[in-house]
Design a protein around this ligand. Sequence first.
Ligand code: GAR
Length: 194
Amino acid sequence: MKPRIAILISGGGSNMISLVNAIKYNKINALPAIVISNNSNAAGLDKAAELKIPTRYIDHRKFSGNREAFEKRLHNLLQDEKIDIICLAGFMRILTKSFIDQWNNKILNIHPSLLPKYKGLNTHQRAIDAYDKISGCSVHIVTSELDGGLVLGQRTVDIESTDTAKTLAEKVLIEEHILYPEILNKFINDRYMK
Ligand code: GAR
């Protein structure tokens, strides 16, 4: 049985689109069950609807700082949808240990740096400020250590002296769109198709 995937987004959703398209073109052995955003105005929600993927949003602001309550709603939705794997794709909420424990080894994330370098935010500016010559992206398993779980794959880009955080982000994003589908498919074939 193909695993059911939930893709969690907060913004534009370009990684979500690359995953959905890869599934549609049979490059990933999976079913794109649902796209969930933590805010109602994430542009990615409309794009997912155009791709005919069911969408939901759970507005984290309505939970006024009660992270557990937000995550309980999210967990229930994921269970209702019989989700096997959660793909974080530009999902900008930190998940608690208790949520992650419930989905142990079933949450993947894409991060715009060559982990373990530059966990957290502003990765591109930090790479430029450090005069790094290469940067890139990583797909990793989500654990309770922020951006700290096992790295499953990476792709690199050269940093030119003319690069800004914006141009570097654009270059890295192109690699993200290649990396995430490849790694998700490998993850599924290794763990679900044997
Ligand atoms: C991507 O660059 C992704 O790696 C990054 O947000 C962007 C989302 O773009 N994720 C993180 O920084 C997570 N800490 P997208 O909405 O177009 O996929």
